[in-house]
Design a protein around this ligand. Sequence first.
Ligand SMILES: NC(=O)c1ccc[n+]([C@@H]2O[C@H](COP(=O)([O-])OP(=O)(O)OC[C@H]3O[C@@H](n4cnc5c(N)ncnc54)[C@H](O)[C@@H]3O)[C@@H](O)[C@H]2O)c1
Length: 257
Amino acid sequence: MSADGTILVTGGSRGIGAATATLLADQGHRVVIVDIAPEPLAGTSAILWPAPFDVASESAVVTGVAEIEQAHGPITGLVNAAGVFGKMHRIERVRMEQWDREVNIDLRGTFLVARSVGVAMAQRRHGAIVNVASVAGMTSGPIHAYTAAKAGVIQITQTLAAEWGRAGVRVNAVSPGFTRTAMLEAGIASGALNKDLLARPTAMNRLVEPIEVAQAIAWLLSPASSGVTGINLPVDAGYIAGTTWAAYGGLPDAPIS
Ligand SMILES: NC(=O)c1ccc[n+]([C@@H]2O[C@H](COP(=O)([O-])OP(=O)(O)OC[C@H]3O[C@@H](n4cnc5c(N)ncnc54)[C@H](O)[C@@H]3O)[C@@H](O)[C@H]2O)c1
């Protein structure tokens, strides 16, 4: 779907976006990364868009996408990986500025970039988009704005898939579980997050690696998934499958061999 054009990766300077941009570039694609805090990726041919790119700003997105297409040609693949994590609070302490920030970047930003890129893809009858949602958008947690925003990302993925299906544009989502990015590692190192508590509910008893999310995204962008649109693919080491087992005493260990 994208071998003949440019793939744009938002939030490409770090974490899942960086792993995805690196993998796609290694596969031979022309990849442009944008980020609000742009930093080049070492050891990859992915091209850094040097100006800060804020997915939550409509004017910045519209202008930025036009300038990128002028410089690097039509965008035929889009990965919406820019995002911020939810702040954990009891409901009484949720600050609405924080709510607005999370919803504006995670949901509004995904919609703005998908629209700016996808309308032109639909006119050209060619393209694939992958939105990075989260298992948080499929479950509940004390991260009220984040869960709502990610549920919204899963929903608009379906709407855009239906909107552009006849125009040859596929739109899908991936929903990572807890993924071992630098930020998550820092949270574990600081003691704010507990690695065992994050891993234990998953069927596989572990965190997800950024490359594992990247591989799912690369598949959804590629012709290998040509019949797939409107789905939300969890890449969660079995978090959703395993999480209800706590009510039955926990998940079983592997049998002794
Ligand atoms: N790491 C996890 O455990 C996990 C789990 C589920 C979903 N996700 C989602 O994956 C996506 C990537 O997260 P990550 O874990 O790689 O985080 P990360 O912080 O490592 O990377 C996010 C990137 O997005 C950029 N960004 C933030 N706000 C932006 C804005 N307004 N405009 C443009 N860029 C912006 C950041 O500068 C950063 O480079 C996010 O949508 C996140 O919600 C992450």
